[in-house]
Design a protein around this ligand. Sequence first.
Ligand SMILES: Cc1ncc(COP(=O)(O)O)c(C=O)c1O
Length: 436
Amino acid sequence: MTSTNLNQNLLQRRTKLIGKHSPLFYDEPLQLVKGEDVWVFDQNGKRYLDVYNNVPHVGHCHPHVVKALTDQASTLNTHTRYLHENIVKYAERLTATFDDSLDMAMFTCTGSEANELALRIARYSTGGTGIIVSDFAYHGNTEAVAELGTAFMAEAKATRRVRSIPIPDSYRGIEGVPADQLADAYAEEVRKTIAAFEADGIKVAGILVCPDFANEGLLNVPHGFMEKAVALVREAGGLFIADEVQAGFGRSGKHMWAHQMYDVVPDIVTMGKPMGNGHPLAGIVSRSDLIDPFAEASMYFNTFGGNPVSCAVGMAVLDVLEQEHLLENAITTGQYLSDQLRKLQDKYSLIGEVRSLGMFFGVELVSDRDSKTPAPDAARKIINLMKQKGVLISTIGKHNCILKLRPPMPFQPEHADILISTLDEVFATVNQEYSA
Ligand SMILES: Cc1ncc(COP(=O)(O)O)c(C=O)c1O
């Protein structure tokens, strides 16, 4: 059988058992069998540059992380009902990366569970139920968290306790509002949303957003918006929950946590994905005056969350971030790559805007720069052609027209060069077809 036939066979078996709606990337799905650093390999040994995956944060199969995992897994794995050094050491190291007020940690296995726990704490401690989200957010898959996915989830349609605000987007903005008034205009949407909750007799429990609005398209948030939005929510008695599941662990380069780019400290921070470099490890960090009363009223136990193996892995990820200076690399390589992307923007009219934050990039494709008409077909064609040429990227955003470039953190300028020359070849073939 040829490799295409082999993949088709696997796909058919998968569809039968896992279902046809379980999402897959690419028109011809890819079978990956091995990973190393910023590279992944298919079943034929073909190598792909990974410019998409943030879960293998410190690099695919990093030896230090794998060793920490196997050492602890071959010594003991239990759960948090026994004393163990690892969970305490890890919580100490993790909380030390936050503002002093965020002094306690709780561990889960997924980002969804972390957000679910944050919602429970926020609702318990404020006595409110209303949660404000942005209107193209994804925060996970449990029932209460699905209610937050106002663009994707059936549960969100039926809920009264979640309302969304427009995405705070400096690129597309609000018609008729000058750029320097956008922060106020978007904050006004928060004020109206609070008023709408109150008119329905619903008290606000909080605002829950990803600080870099990653799923929304890695937006350039109008300066001052977050601070104004949080102030309004706090005035109404709610909390600020920062979902750092995608944004955290130094991806933004200048800060360990993306919310640290704003002049406001969250009440609860949730995290996951890169936390265990692929091992299921997630959690929250918050203030003891919120966690203690909640935990007294409502016992929280998670069979796998915070176990000795997970915490050993979590500490190994922090070790590598420090030892390999990966935040610094996100700044320098990130700057290098964003400069190169901007050169492509000068060359190809299809590129409406290039956005970057450390080692995270969004390239918004438009068929016309004046009308900013989204170009999702071009985006789809580009990611498939890039894959054929051995570079993995994907798309995001409300219109699915934003190229999402979010490689493992050890990504180097030499990898950026491969990415840029491949993008250049691909844009040269598609720009004219999709651009006005
Ligand atoms: C911002 C954000 N929050 C939460 C989640 C949910 O995390 P998990 O899939 O680990 O439950 C995701 C997953 O994509 C996410 O992107």
